[in-house]
Design a protein around this ligand. Structure first.
Ligand code: ATP
Length: 440
């Protein structure tokens, strides 16, 4: 509690937090009072309370043994507990689904740039000093006697008022280059500016090769978080300006055309989600696909490995821009194309690839072709729900010898259904019989 000395006392109302969270915090803090432990709410939630933005990620830090306290809380409330000894943190999941992180106040030292830090217990002041930006280095006291008091030793509140991001020390980006991406994320999300010295430090860190030393998963997390933001288009332009796209791959082709396609992805996504509300799109992956769409397959494959993408994401990204362009050309150049042909052409495209296909057409600014494509896409998505009445078992019952022809016949039936040539089971049977007759 000595940390409170020399501080202007400002009480922050926690009334913005949902009742459940507030109630839980009060109860937990009673436990801390009983053990004479100082407990604080820290990080993003404090910043967002001051900004009056919703953020229900409860991050608590304890001066003392945070993990022992987390175990106590978990036992008391029947919460699930995951402990990360190395980082002196624990994550609790309460029976009602609420989540909470409880950590030990700690300081960090970095053996080498970009490595994971060595961690040791420290005061709340030191704990706040290891954080990324002053706006994220504030704490709210939770013990009964000081409940709601803001602890802001590094001027976080002033930085919030001035809408600026400021690192806590000159070596910050070197210690942890993920802070370069975090800076861009907060800057874009809140419409803040980098304070002048911080901007200089960021530019220096960006031009060095520090990011190269980040592990694949850490780099991937940062990139995908950036692309998940409200307006990734501006973020991508900013990344390009800082020459940070080279960390996806140094030979990534960020051409004029790629820029144009990236710029219209929000438009394509908006149309797609309006038209197909049930389709779940991995939005960050659409941006990554667009960014790599004019790069060679080798570059794309290396980027996928570098980012250690999941198998599903890797499959989506590796389709490559040239396949998408070929399909687009077939669809918009051909005079007439049957629904079943569209079905076959797009059959193994992910929905993300279809959004990109649409974005590439939007970028071409050809209204007639664009509305034609939208019609094809609508018909195609509908055709994905079409099924044949007959199955392999029915074919067997019709005394057709099992073999590869089953697949061929069922596919032909499906295409005929999609084209509306066949609409009933009786017609399907007649179609099969005719084929058997021809074969016989
Ligand atoms: P978001 O709203 O995006 O979740 P956040 O600030 O809550 O923002 P988290 O990643 O949840 O971000 O981190 C919680 C807190 O931990 C931050 O507010 C900051 O104090 C600290 N922190 C997180 N990552 C870093 C980092 N790389 N370097 C220093 N401090 C960090």
């Amino acid at each position: 509690m000595s940390a409170m000395k020399n501080q202007v006392m400002k009480t922050i109302s926690l009334s913005k937090l949902p009742v459940r969270q507030r109630h839980l915090l009060k109860q937990i803090c009673r436990l801390a009072d009983e053990r004479d432990l100082s407990v604080y709410l820290v990080g993003g939630v404090v910043r967002d309370l001051l900004l009056k933005r919703g953020n229900w990620d409860l991050d608590l830090t304890v001066e003392g043994d945070g993990i022992a306290f987390a175990k106590l809380v978990a036992g008391q409330y029947g919460a699930g507990l995951a402990v990360f000894e190395r980082f002196a943190t624990a994550r609790l999941t309460f029976p009602n689904g609420l989540k909470m992180d409880i950590a030990t106040t700690r300081q960090e030292s970095y053996a080498q740039p970009a490595a994971l830090p060595e961690v040791e217990p420290a005061s709340i002041e030191e704990d706040l000093f290891r954080r990324d930006f002053t706006i994220n280095a504030m704490a709210i006291h939770l013990n009964h006697a000081q409940f709601g008091l803001l602890y802001d030793p590094y001027g976080g509140r002033d930085a919030l008022k001035a809408k600026t991001l400021r690192v806590l020390h000159a070596g910050s980006f070197q210690d942890d280059p993920t802070r370069i991406f975090r800076a861009i994320r907060f800057e874009q999300r809140f419409g803040f500016r980098l304070e002048r010295a911080t901007a200089r430090l960021l530019a220096q860190a960006a031009s060095a090769n520090l990011i190269q030393q980040l592990s694949g998963p850490r780099l991937r997390n940062e990139i995908l978080l950036l692309f998940a933001a409200q307006d990734p288009v501006r973020t991508i332009a900013w990344l390009a300006q800082l020459k940070l796209l080279r960390f996806l791959h140094r030979r990534l082709c960020y051409t004029y055309n790629v820029k144009r396609v990236v710029a219209v992805i929000p438009q394509a996504l908006a149309w797609w989600t309006r038209r197909f509300p049930d389709s779940v799109i991995d939005r960050p992956i659409v941006y990554l696909m667009a960014l790599s769409s004019e790069s060679s397959p080798i570059v794309v494959a290396t980027m996928i490995r570098r980012l250690v993408l999941s198998r599903e994401q890797a499959k989506k990204v590796s389709i490559g821009g040239s396949r998408i362009d070929r399909a687009l050309k077939t669809l918009t150049d051909t005079m007439t194309i049957r629904p079943s042909q569209v079905y076959r052409l797009l059959g193994d495209f992910s929905d993300e690839a279809l959004v990109l296909l649409l974005a590439r057409q939007v970028a071409m600014q050809h209204d007639v072709r664009l509305s034609l494509l939208k019609r094809y896409l609508s018909a195609y998505v509908k055709s994905r729900t079409v099924k044949t009445a007959l199955t392999g078992r029915d074919l067997q019952a019709m005394e057709l010898k099992p073999g590869p022809q089953y697949k061929i016949i069922l596919e032909k039936l499906l295409c005929a259904r999609i084209d509306g040539v066949i609409t009933t089971e009786a017609e399907e049977r007649a179609f099969v019989k005719k084929r058997i007759g021809l074969a016989g």
